[in-house]
Ligand binder design. Structure first.
Ligand code: AMP
Ligand code: MG
Length: 428
């Protein structure tokens, strides 16, 4: 697997070690994000695909407009194309209607002095006309039209190339192609584009307690949900998935799974087994097979999240708790994957102020992500927590529409205080 990457040793001031030490300090959320993004370099492979297949992919090369859009000066309204110079400065002007131009059916003659051409939206502007008067303001009598005063030169026209000019960059490399971009490329007549190859992501869940769907639950077992959550998040990002199932808490089996994943994928995501419990082997195995850059972050939920490398694959050892999986995925993994996919610049993740409807407990020193419901109020946006906030309570994610982001320096929040929220919409 040839994944383009820089060596972990390049990560800022972080000490890279082969075995995780419990005494290593936790990183701030921002430092962890920076370290991750600084270590990764986008995949270099690319392919040409048909326009429709390019939806959700990332442009590998800029697209230069092969033609003007629109291709001709054309009318923006239904009305009459006239010569502005023919119009009386005050009072109305009567002009002779000498023809009609529709979208796709141009008027082939010239517009002479004192003449007008009936035009529909999208019709090519007849030669020598420089202004469109909307039909609602004129009076039409037979072959004559009376135009009132108060028109402007160039009004109601769409100029050739005003959307995209031939020879200009229509879309830059690194652009993720959504519906608008697919439509824009179609407007240029572009039927194929060069996109980066898909990112290959292997993922598995760890834990002796995990049963897969379809199995009866033995005493003490729970269904594995993390693999399904990750399936959803990764599918939305357009990754190629390698679902490796559930791996038990056994170092030898974990090592074999990580080795196999590293041979087949650019990125490996695991969940569980990354904390300091007796069955938490991910960091040790990762250290043996590759490198652990860090595994403690000043965040709640999600404090134990390991980042590093196994072979040439990047590894994110996500926590086991289902909410912590999603929080760490959105705060660290998603942008890392987008960066690897070649997306540039990364999308902004705006924080918006909202009034807290309730009191919130908060311990200074770490960034906390509560699941919130943002609602409009008479005096602006307000937010409340979406049910119980335990890091195992996945319903809090499903009931929420935003994260309430409580910054490191913050203590308890009183009802009525302003807090910052990050909308779920647009996260994936
Ligand atoms: P761990 O980090 O492995 O100690 O797991 C922390 C908590 O998350 C434990 O309660 C686990 O049972 C739970 N957990 C771990 N993996 C999963 C999973 N794939 N699906 C649902 N819950 C999980
Ligand atoms: Mg576990």
């Amino acid at each position: 697997m040839v994944a383009a990457h820089r060596n972990l040793q390049g990560i800022g001031s972080l000490l890279i070690m082969n075995s995780p030490s419990p005494s290593r300090p936790a990183l701030s959320v921002d430092a962890a994000r920076q370290a991750i993004l600084g270590a990764l370099a986008p995949v270099t492979g690319w392919e040409c695909v048909h326009l429709r297949a390019a939806l959700g992919r990332v442009l590998a090369r800029e697209v230069v407009a092969p033609c003007d859009v629109p291709a001709h000066d054309n009318s923006a309204m239904d009305g009459y194309a006239v010569r502005f110079g023919d119009l009386a400065p005050s009072g109305s002007t009567t002009l002779a209607v000498v023809g009609t131009a529709m979208a796709g059916q141009p008027f082939s003659g010239l517009v002479g002095v004192g003449q007008a051409v009936r035009v529909m939206t999208g019709a090519v502007m007849p030669r020598d006309a420089d202004c469109v008067v909307i039909q609602e303001v004129v009076e039409r009598h037979g072959d004559e039209v009376r135009v009132p005063a108060g028109q402007r030169r160039g009004q109601n026209l769409r100029r050739a190339g005003e959307d995209l000019a031939a020879g200009g960059v229509a879309l830059a490399a690194g652009k993720a192609l959504g519906p608008a971009e697919i439509g824009l490329l179609a407007s240029l007549g572009v039927g194929e584009v060069a996109v980066r190859r898909r990112l290959r992501v292997a993922f598995f869940s760890t834990g002796d307690e995990l049963a897969s769907i379809g199995q009866a639950l033995a005493p003490g077992q729970i269904y594995d949900s993390n693999r399904y959550t990750l399936f959803g998040a990764l599918t939305r990002l357009g990754c190629e998935l390698l679902d490796m199932g559930v791996v038990p808490d056994e170092p030898g089996t974990l090592e074999a799974a990580l080795r196999q994943a590293s041979e087949q994928a650019d990125v490996i995501l695991t969940s569980g087994g990354v904390s300091v419990g007796e069955a938490d082997y991910i960091k040790d195995v990762m250290g043996r097979l590759g490198e652990v850059a860090f595994w403690k972050i000043e965040i709640k939920p999600g404090r134990p999240m390991a980042f590093g490398r196994v072979g040439s694959a990047w590894l994110f050892g996500l926590p086991g708790n289902p909410v912590a999986v999603l929080v760490t995925f959105y705060q660290f993994v998603q942008d890392a994957l987008l960066h690897l996919m070649g997306v540039s610049p990364l999308p902004a993740r705006p924080l918006l102020p909202a009034r807290s409807l309730g009191r919130l407990r908060k311990i200074p020193g770490r960034r906390e992500f509560l699941r919130g419901r943002l609602t409009p109020q008479a005096d602006g946006w307000a937010v409340e927590v979406a049910g119980a906030q335990g890091s195992g309570i996945l319903r809090s994610m499903s009931d929420a529409n935003c994260f309430i982001v409580l910054e490191e320096t913050r203590g308890d929040v009183a009802a009525g205080d302003l807090v910052q929220v990050q909308l779920f919409d647009g996260l994936v």
